[in-house]
Design a protein around this ligand. Structure first.
Ligand code: 5GP
Length: 177
């Protein structure tokens, strides 16, 4: 084993997440309550965030998922984005809100936005729980942003390291022991 990365340090508590979701949902509800948007969760990391925010939103909406991969268990993006699960909902003429766990280099989100825009939706906006701007390689729009996080590898609340830690109800950063 090269390194032991199992020391977890809390960065954002579950209470802070709950408060932030209420704030984001209030803004999204105001903008989308009469538009029946399609929320597109970017797999896998967004599944917890999406599940929580739709229940607080409490407005008519559709839900679908798109799967992209760039990490493959490492802590640095490979830079090569791969579509691993296509959207199934027809979104032509619909208002789409992309739900992201974290925007790091921006390459995944940029890829997702290009895929979605080719399907001629009425609009596409982005809601990201976490924004890690220090490693950004491409400018991407984040219309609803939760927390700005430092240049650390974070896990929990849907985010993993090698498929571990997704179940945590709070967000931690991993450190070498
Ligand atoms: P980007 O393409 O913006 O570099 O990375 C986006 C994706 O990489 C996220 O959706 C997430 O799956 C993963 N990612 C980026 N930074 C982190 C991080 O700090 N922790 C975890 N667990 N995943 C990350």
């Amino acid at each position: 084993m090269e390194r032991c990365l199992s020391k977890l340090n809390t960065l954002i508590t579950s209470e802070q997440i709950e408060t932030k979701i209420a704030e984001l949902a209030a803004r999204i509800r105001e903008d989308y309550h009469d538009r029946n948007p399609v929320l597109v969760g970017v797999l896998k990391g967004s599944f917890v965030f999406l599940a929580d925010i739709v229940r607080v939103l409490d407005i008519p909406l559709g839900i679908d998922f798109i799967g992209v991969s760039s990490y493959r268990g490492r802590m640095e993006s490979s830079g090569e984005i791969e579509l691993i699960q296509a959207l199934r909902t027809p979104i032509a003429g619909r208002d789409v809100l992309v739900i992201e766990d974290i925007v790091d280099t921006g390459l995944s989100l940029n890829y997702v936005l290009n895929v979605l825009r080719q399907k001629t939706p009425a609009s596409v906006k982005v809601c990201a729980l976490l924004d890690k701007p220090s490693k950004r390689k491409i400018t991407v729009p984040i219309d609803y942003s939760g927390f700005t996080v430092p240049d650390k590898f974070v896990v929990g609340y849907g985010l993993d390291f090698d498929e571990q830690y997704r179940y945590l109800s709070h967000i931690c950063y991993l450190e070498e022991k």
